[in-house]
Design a protein around this ligand. Structure first.
Ligand code: ADP
Ligand code: FBP
Length: 789
């Protein structure tokens, strides 16, 4: 391996040497000095270099052992000083030798543990609590708000500010936009002198400035109303930048926007602080990421995936540079220092996405390693502003995206206008008056969901009370095609409330309706049966089908019913299926406890993890695995190999405990045997991983599947189902023109307000990351926690 490392670094060293040899009059950048000076210095071709790795390895272990001594913490600056001395003494200043030894050392779990145990700076241990300055609107209590100034923020958050800033400080962290050196394809880091690109970078900076100014102005108004002081103002407040010129440019542009908005001139100098620098890539600065990966795989003789994993390791070290973990430590220590030095001030920090990522990792309550994988994909287009409130040595924070481009804003507006026009057009076709609704049809479509019969019951009742004829087609849309419809009477609604499934049957796949133009055939049939409107009760597929019928000019209304709960309103059946599945998990818990086995339970969700997450929330398993984790950059395979194994080891150490992992249907991972994904392959894979860690335990897989769908109807679904049935008939009868083409539902089954959403523009259901964080929460045991970095 060490030979591979040497060849890998040598490749880039030679590349750089050749580059500057070709241009003898171009001075090489200062960061190459340790590699190029003195000119006769032989870093890589030293024949003894590889023989010296063992001695350096030993030295590294001792170095961290000393740092780990319970003698108190060393500051990050002190650590850097010691590291520098170590490289000089143990490696005779040879950065390549240091990087080779280091990257070899991090393959050893004991060494990684030493690094995490080392009490460096403020980041090695995260605070368990944070001041309650930023709260979810849904989680506020009267006592929390008492005596506070409340500032409304986007994303349903409230900022609770004290009446006086006093010993607290507010830090606004903003990052730059488009720069000349593109950091998604190249290793830019802090050594590369990067400038904003014209005109995009300048435009974006101005937009960010305007939006930032607007937010500050809005917050200030609220503060002023209560206190008559304006402590959020940016005038004459401290400004910090990184060493890269683009942050200074950004700070200048934003400052001038704020000055113009508020008519003042600010001459306070901008100050450089190393905490705002992004990672130092040393010798690899400016290289292409693709080449880096390619050469690494070639020289280390590893697969593409393994190469990616090595480079993503937060402890991976660049010769002459630093690891991400070191960059993280520098950020955390630096923001504390800045906040501490400016009590009562509103400080602006202008920085880079990697520094923001480090901050987000620190502010997340989970341990470093876990949060690191979550924020790995934190890049352009995501949040570019973080507001930090510093209080008694602790931070709380809020992050958001500010300053959408004109094109982005215009595109959103155009889309909205087009949607409105189309809807108006469709409604004008449908135009139907109240007296014209004489017969309403209903179908239950897609997979059956507990509570469908409750809708049917209320539908029949309400129709009859309005003097409208309730009409029903069997087997979803198939019944419409096959003319399998009939009128229902008062008697037919009896005994419906308590029964599960659908007495009029469903249809999960009816190819005929999916053909182009098939919707007109369905509409002909509905008209032939003299139906004036159609109610479709089903999941996302049924919504797509309903939309097709509506677009073809037929008044259709969709109602949400799917145990997956993957529509943006509560889906009928979810609560019932959850209750039944909780029972199934309890059964697994008994056997898991008795046999001391790990049980993987796969639950339905058709690729979405809402069901799995809600179940996990209710039963508190060791972990939940859902496909959505990828959306936030979690590498599911790495998560299984590290976090899950740690969590299980921790759990297995406890007496009389069950060991359950919930997995959502269709989850993709590298151990998968059944191509559909899910739990398949996980049991043997986890047994092997645990064995590697010295733990001999058996694991089993269970797939609950249709047992979930046939669940008895819960109280909530009985109520929600009936409410849906009644409200729909009422709206069809009274306001079909406006109601057609909509999905009707409530956010929660028992909320008071109804929501209607246009069928063709349904938003995605928000994944509950707040719950996710609680379920996959950190391992509390310190040893297991250390293991993971
Ligand atoms: N894009 C589509 N166009 C027309 N019909 C569709 C479309 N997608 C699904 N359907 C039909 O809608 C019905 C329900 O779809 P399905 O995805 O199985 O269930 P669910 O509504 O529960 O998600 C099926 O009869 C299916 O054929
Ligand atoms: O009955 P089938 O065809 O096996 O369907 C299984 C699917 O049905 C569901 O239970 C419900 O899905 P829909 O509500 O979208 O029909 C999914 O969770 C699952 O993937």
């Amino acid at each position: 391996m060490r030979h591979g490392w040497l060849k890998f670094f040598e490749y880039f060293l030679e590349k750089k040497r050749a580059e500057y040899a070709r241009r003898p009059f171009t001075p090489y950048p200062h960061y190459l000095a340790p590699f190029f000076e003195p000119p006769d210095r032989n870093l890589s071709t030293d024949p003894k270099i590889l023989e010296r790795v063992d001695a350096v390895l030993e030295g590294l272990h001792r170095f961290f052992e000393e740092l780990g001594e319970p003698s108190g913490t060393v500051t990050f600056r002190e650590y850097c000083e010691r590291k520098r001395n170590f490289i000089e003494a143990a490696c005779r200043g040879n950065e390549l030798l240091y990087a080779i030894a280091w990257n070899e050392a991090i393959g050893d779990a004991a060494f990684r543990r030493r690094i995490t145990r080392a009490k460096i700076g403020r980041g090695y241990q995260k605070p368990r609590q944070r001041p309650r300055v930023l709260v979810d609107r849904n989680n506020v209590s009267a006592s929390l708000l008492e005596g506070k100034i409340i500032v409304d923020l986007p994303n349903n958050k409230l900022l609770l500010l004290p009446e006086k800033l006093e010993e607290r400080a507010i830090l606004s962290v903003l990052r730059h936009g488009a720069s000349k050196g593109n950091s998604s394809d190249y290793k830019i880091g802090c050594l590369y002198r990067n400038y904003l690109e014209r005109p995009q970078g300048f435009d974006r900076a101005k937009r960010v400035g305007r939006e930032f100014g607007r937010m500050i102005h809005h917050a200030n108004l609220t503060v002023e109303l209560k206190t008559s002081v304006n402590y959020l103002q940016t005038r004459n407040q401290p400004v910090y930048v990184s060493r890269s010129p683009n942050t200074r440019q950004l700070a200048g542009i934003i400052r001038s926007v704020l000055q113009d908005q508020n008519s003042y001139r600010d001459r306070r100098p901008m100050v450089y602080h190393e905490a705002l620098d992004s990672q130092n890539f040393g010798l690899l600065t400016g290289e292409s990421k693709e080449e880096e990966r390619g050469q690494l795989c070639r020289f280390l003789n590893v697969s593409e995936d393994e190469g990616k994993r090595i480079l993503k390791d937060p402890l991976f070290c660049y010769p002459g540079g630093e690891t991400f973990y070191e960059n993280y430590q520098s950020t955390v220590e630096g923001v504390h220092e800045i906040a501490h030095n400016h009590p009562g001030a509103h400080v602006s920090l202008f920085t880079h996405s990697s520094m923001m990522r480090a901050l987000m990792i620190y502010l997340d309550m989970r341990p470093f390693a876990e949060a690191y994988y979550e924020y790995m994909a934190y890049q352009e287009g995501q949040d570019n502003a973080i507001f930090l409130i510093y209080e008694e040595g602790l931070f709380s924070s809020y992050s958001c995206a500010v300053g959408l481009s004109r094109e982005e804003e215009e595109a959103i507006k155009r889309e909205e206008e087009a949607r409105q026009q189309e809807e108006d057009h469709l409604r004008s076709i449908i135009e139907i008056t109240r007296s014209e609704v004489n017969r309403i049809a209903l179908i239950t479509s897609g997979g059956d969901a507990p509570g469908m019969n409750a809708v049917l019951k209320a539908f029949i009742d309400k129709c009859l009370s309005f003097g409208v004829k309730p009409y029903v087609f069997r087997k979803g849309i198939e019944g419409v095609f096959k003319n399998d419809g009939q009128e229902y009477t008062e008697e037919s609604q009896r005994k419906l409330l308590a029964s599960s499934g659908s007495v009029i049957q469903c249809n999960k796949r009816f190819r005929d309706i999916e053909q182009e133009g098939a919707e007109y055939q369905a509409i002909d049939s509905l008209r032939k049966h003299q139906c004036d409107a159609l109610i479709v009760l089903g999941g996302d597929g049924s919504v797509r089908m309903s939309n097709k019928l509506f677009r073809a000019g037929y008044p259709v209304v969709a109602l949400p019913a799917s145990i997956d709960n993957d529509l943006p309103v509560y889906c009928l059946g979810f609560d019932s299926a959850l209750n039944a599945t909780i029972g199934l998990i309890q059964m697994l818990e008994w056997t898991s406890r008795s046999m001391e086995r790990v049980h993987f339970a796969e639950v339905y969700g058709a690729g979405s993890g809402h069901f799995a997450l809600a179940l996990a929330h209710a039963v508190n398993p060791e972990a939940v695995l859902v496909s959505e984790m990828r959306e936030i950059g979690v590498d599911i395979d790495a998560f299984i190999d590290t976090y899950l194994v740690d969590k299980l080891i921790y759990s297995l150490k406890k007496r009389d405990k069950s060991h359950i992992v919930i997995v959502s249907e269709m989850l993709k991972h590298r151990h998968v045997i059944d191509p559909k994904g899910g739990v398949s392959g996980l049991a043997s894979a986890i047994e092997a991983r645990l064995r590697d860690r010295g733990v001999e335990v058996e694991a089993r897989e269970s797939v609950f599947a249709h047992l979930q769908r046939g669940a008895p109807v819960s109280r909530l679904d009985r109520e929600y189902g009936q409410d849906l049935g009644r409200e729909t008939v009422f709206r069809i009868k009274t306001d079909l023109g406006r109601f057609a083409g909509k999905l009707l539902g409530r956010e929660y089954p028992s909320s008071e307000t109804w929501t209607t959403l246009p069928l063709h523009a349904l938003p995605k259901r928000q994944f509950r990351w707040d719950i996710y964080k609680e379920v996959n929460r950190p391992v509390i045991n310190a040893a297991a926690e250390d293991d993971r970095l």
